[in-house]
Design a protein around this ligand. Structure first.
Ligand SMILES: Nc1ncnc2c1ncn2[C@@H]1O[C@H](COP(=O)(O)OP(=O)(O)OP(=O)(O)O)[C@@H](O)[C@H]1O
Ligand SMILES: [Mg+2]
Length: 371
């Protein structure tokens, strides 16, 4: 959760200073004003990467040399990030240079919900793995160790395949892949089962019209479920050599949450698919709070109003109020500010990259006072 934020030379934002609310923050403005850019700056600060550009140079304001994002979390820890076109990325957490990006992610558990999140179950498995791994990373402390070790072993095995090494040399890496891959699989499966439990009541709240639907979690571990991983790797080594890489394993896992035995995109309207994804992200927040007492989550929702009618936008905001989360919600719809009410909620307007805090319209209960 963030108490203070400054962004400079980031896309079309020259310089912005914000004191966000601890609850809901609405980011309102016209197309191209800089709303997504502000969310992107927050995402960069938490993850050390962007959700829309591979190369960070695109994030630096045109004609400028470097961007900076600085924040203070609620416990006053300073987090500073600078990307310079010449010297690259520099991140400081609590005034010390950051050693590992995972330290940053652990400090600021942040999820991003893109405007097109309704396509989540149509996208490649990479996105679904990323979502579950985000959650597992926060609740299982050894997950990062197993994942990094797995990735290293996989790179080595693939390098051996590409160098046409004999099969027995390639298979040297299998023990590591199996050891860490099994652990990763166990973590993911356990986590997903818990996630579905949290998801169901949230989805029913957001989408009561589907409250009789049945849900089933499908997890594909990344290799034939009937076969032991070690045996599977051994038996498929010739196939991997022909392909030039290790095809199966925890890195190829996928999952789905079937609704009445269909994939969400086969069954749900676009708005319902968006609510489905929102409920999954909200379930992650609840799970983190329940399992690890993590109550400083940040949720970025880009363009809440797309695909959702007024009533459902209201339900999303109402539901967010019940969760331990600081939300930044962008929209082109100014009317959304009518939904704000609590003290810990704020609205910001963005125009040509300039961000200003707006006073909420208090509901005037005294007819003698004209605002
Ligand atoms: N490196 C850059 N330097 C300057 N401006 C940039 C840079 N990259 C993108 N922009 C511009 O920044 C502006 C803000 O883009 P952004 O995606 O944040 O808008 P938005 O408010 O989210 O709009 P929409 O409602 O259409 O999603 C756009 O006009 C874009 O062309
Ligand atoms: Mg946008």
């Amino acid at each position: 959760m963030l108490a203070q934020l400054s962004v400079s030379q980031f896309r079309n934002i020259v310089s912005a200073e914000l004191t966000p609310a601890s609850g809901i923050n609405l980011i309102l403005g016209e197309n191209g004003s800089g709303k997504t850019s502000l969310l992107e700056a927050l995402f960069l600060l938490a993850m050390g990467r962007s959700f829309r550009s591979r190369a960070l140079k695109h994030l630096v304001k045109k004609q400028q040399q470097r961007l900076t994002v600085f924040a203070r979390s609620m416990d006053q820890t300073p987090i500073g990030l600078q990307y310079d076109l010449q010297s690259g990325l520099l991140i400081r957490l609590n005034n010390a240079p950051l050693k590992r990006l995972s330290d940053l992610a652990a400090h600021l558990p942040l999820q991003f919900i893109p405007a097109n999140c309704h396509q989540f179950f149509e996208l490649g498995p990479k996105y679904r793995r990323r979502m579950v791994d985000w959650g597992v990373f926060h609740v299982e402390h050894s997950f990062n160790f197993h994942w990094q070790s797995y990735k290293k072993a996989l790179q080595q095995r693939n390098a051996a395949i590409r160098k046409y090494k004999p099969s027995n040399e390639i298979a040297l890496w299998d023990t590591h892949l199996v050891k860490h891959g099994m652990k990763i699989t166990e973590f993911r499966q356990g986590y997903l089962q818990q996630l579905v439990k949290e998801f169901l009541p949230l989805f029913r709240l957001l989408c009561p019209e589907l409250d009789t639907a049945s849900f089933m979690l499908r997890y594909q571990q990344g290799w034939n479920k009937e076969t032991d991983f070690a045996v599977y790797l051994r038996e498929n080594i010739e196939r991997d050599r022909a392909l030039g890489y290790t095809r199966s394993g925890a890195h190829a896992a996928d999952w789905s949450l079937k609704i009445d035995d269909a994939d969400p995109y086969e069954m749900l309207s676009r708005g319902q698919q968006k609510l489905f994804f929102l409920a999954l992200s909200m379930a992650q927040i609840k799970l983190l709070a329940a399992q690890k007492e993590i109550t400083n989550s940040v949720l970025l929702i880009d363009d809440l109003s797309s695909e959702l009618d007024w009533h459902h936008q209201n339900t999303v905001i109402e539901t967010l109020r019940t969760l331990p989360v600081q939300a930044f919600i962008s929209s082109t719809n100014d009317d959304l500010s009518q939904l704000l009410k609590a003290d810990n909620e704020k609205k910001f307007h963005v125009k040509h990259g300039v961000i200003s805090e707006k006073v909420k319209h208090a509901i005037n209960t005294n007819p003698d006072i004209v605002e």
